[in-house]
Design a protein around this ligand. Structure first.
Ligand code: DAH
Length: 391
């Protein structure tokens, strides 16, 4: 009996040691220690053992069982750690490795300029109002004192939109346009605030005074070059109230220029003509590059005694074509006829209050190009990441 038990133990131990998976271990357990296992069979056969030998045999069986159970547990542990080891080898992750950075987008120079511009005007108490890009001829031209045959309509190289009326079988041409100027928003806002209380989508009835800027896209049938594009952006300004004067306009634009281009910037109003303002002016700012002197110092390689040396030379400023000034916007006092047509003033009523106001229109690309010293407007539309990344 003893030898038999020893044999079972030895054989099982060998099997356990050779087992490479938990399943094999389970099979060994069942075949030796299970209900029908070899050891269990021996216990079941106890009745054939002499009664005096039974305790001894029982003890031997139990000790073999203990040894095998321990061996099984031990091998299980070894297998488990081998599995973990393998997993660690296959699934390692170097947490100290520098990560791959996700590419971050950049704000477009136009957007940076617009946010900066809005910051300045919001700081002065202006609201920001946006109008439609597809506009009635009436808002874009007529109400702004630009009648049917006005040469300014040619100047603005307008894109007209055909409107087809199915029911009448009619195609009308000239009453809808891609707006050529954000000045159209002036008309919409004044109509909603004036006596006419003419409202439109996005322009609910409102009260005077008006103090707003209106940024947005405008369209002209222009050829693309370094300073022209068929689609660009403007920022309109409009202030209407009691006793608004040219001095307010001048002060406002001066403040804007100082905040936008730098505190030492000076402004100059040059008489000009716009149909919807009287008097009208164009505003120049002192050149940001030469600070109004028209001259700049540049490092250049020059020949001296047969040698090339780098020296500071005095050159004409290219940013302002050495004039010291750069034109940035058009402006003026809102024309009395415009105030009348849009229902702000009523000259037929001697008791009606009389309002005045000023307006201005800034070319967004123009100020962005100036501020960030970009030589060609086309760069703003190409969206080349190598260009955009610089801002
Ligand atoms: N709308 C004009 C243009 O596109 C710019 C302009 C000039 C706007 C004078 C104004 C203004 O509000 O008062 O050329």
């Amino acid at each position: 009996m003893k030898e038999m038990l020893e044999k079972i133990r030895e054989q099982a131990e060998r099997q356990i040691e050779a087992a490479t998976s938990p399943e094999t271990l389970d099979e060994i357990r069942v075949s030796v220690l299970g209900k029908k296992g070899e050891l269990t069979q021996i216990l079941k056969g106890m009745k054939d053992v002499a009664p005096e030998d039974r305790p001894k045999v029982g003890q031997m069986v139990n000790s073999v069982r203990d040894v095998l159970e321990e061996a099984l547990a031990e091998q299980k542990k070894i297998l488990k750690s081998a599995v973990i080891e393998k997993k660690m080898q296959n699934e390692w992750l170097d947490v100290t490795r520098p990560g791959t950075r996700a590419m971050r987008g950049h704000k477009h120079p136009n957007q940076i300029a617009l946010e900066d511009l809005e910051r300045v005007f919001i700081g002065m108490g202006y609201e920001v109002v946006e109008g439609p890009e597809i506009e009635y001829d009436r808002m874009n031209f007529k109400l702004l004192n630009i009648p049917e045959d006005h040469p300014a309509k040619d100047e603005q190289d307008t894109f007209y939109i055909q409107r087809h009326d199915e029911s009448k079988g009619e195609t009308t041409e000239d009453d809808i346009v891609l707006r050529t100027q954000t000045s159209s928003v002036q008309a919409r806002v004044m109509l909603a605030a004036g006596k006419l209380k003419e409202t439109s989508k996005g322009f609910p009835e409102r009260n005077l005074p008006i103090k707003l800027i209106s940024p947005g896209r405008v369209f002209r049938s222009d050829e693309v070059d370094a300073t022209h594009s068929p689609s660009f952006h403007q920022v309109e300004g409009l202030v209407i109230g009691e006793n608004v004067t040219m001095a307010d306009l001048k002060g406002t634009l001066d403040q804007f220029a100082k905040e936008f281009f730098g505190p030492d910037t000076k402004t100059k109003l040059r008489p000009h003509h716009f149909p919807f303002t009287e008097p009208s002016a164009e505003v120049d700012v002192t050149c940001f590059k030469c600070h109004g002197t028209g001259r700049v110092k540049k490092m250049e390689e020059v020949k001296e005694g047969g040698k090339l040396v780098r020296r500071e030379v005095d050159c004409a400023c290219t940013a302002c074509k050495s004039s010291g000034w750069i034109e940035i916007l058009g402006c003026g006092m809102v024309h009395p006829d415009v105030l009348e047509m849009c229902g702000i003033n009523d000259s037929s009523d001697p008791d009606a209050p009389v309002y005045t106001g000023f307006a201005f229109g800034i070319g967004l690309e123009r100020v962005a190009l100036l501020k960030y010293e970009i030589a060609d407007m086309r760069l703003l539309y190409e969206n080349d990441i190598r260009f955009l990344e610089q801002f």
